[in-house]
Design a protein around this ligand. Sequence first.
Ligand code: SF4
Length: 292
Amino acid sequence: MDGLHYEGMIIRPPSEAESIILQVTRGCSHNKCTFCGTYKGVRFRIKDDAIIDRDIDYAARNLQFLRRVFLADGDALIIPQGRLAGILQKIRTRMPWIQRVGLYGNAKSILRKSPQELEELRDLGLGIVYLGVESGDPQTLKDIRKGVSREKMVEAGRRIREAGIKLSVTVLLGVAGRERSLEHARATGSILSEIDPNYVGALTLMVLPNTELGRRAQEGAFELPEPRELLVELREMLAHTHMSRGLFLSNHASNYLPLKVKMPSDKEKALALIDAALEGRVRLKPEWMRAL
Ligand code: SF4
């Protein structure tokens, strides 16, 4: 076999574009979020050790110019501690130049690890965990079937930070629909303040036809806020977000107004920029650019 072994489409955070992507699991262990079509119909499993080993060997021989590793797919943190520690150990031994390993972890799999286990993973090179928070609004978390309460989400996020691992979270603009837009915005700002992550990515929800939310939208039971309402939502969210440091990004291709806010110093400037956009003094991205 030549090259890395991949099954299906590989999803990774934008910040891992320059990383070696090692696919250690297939699918997502939760796979129930109503807005997510990424792993529809895919049964979650951990890939064979032999395949993972071969990939690490391949990367060690051929990808020495890359400094980071990302472990895909949806929720690699669910891998039992001994096995995950073994994978990190192998990466460290075979690729000692690697500076950081990252992965997606959902709240449940984070909470299945004890603080000591997370510290062990950190010592073996796990440098960043990506967590999909989506919303801080308890009702919205329930509606989108995130499978975790607000309290547990906070606990999970904090556990990563307390283990000395960087935490990058995503929240979804529009995910609560039009009616709950502002509740979602405020509660999400407040959960971000409680978790105090290193990075926040506020992405605009794309309603996909192959999802439960897509079906609800077609039936008229879910309405995505209009671009202007999404901007008001973003403003409200940012205004309620109090982070001690880190970045609040809203620069995904699916967003209407790209923002990179150094927290807390640039927050007021960013709010003023959003206000200018709301007053028509800054142009929003035209609709056709969103698909880029
Ligand atoms: S946890 Fe993530 S990958 Fe899994 S269903 Fe939810 S959004 Fe999709």
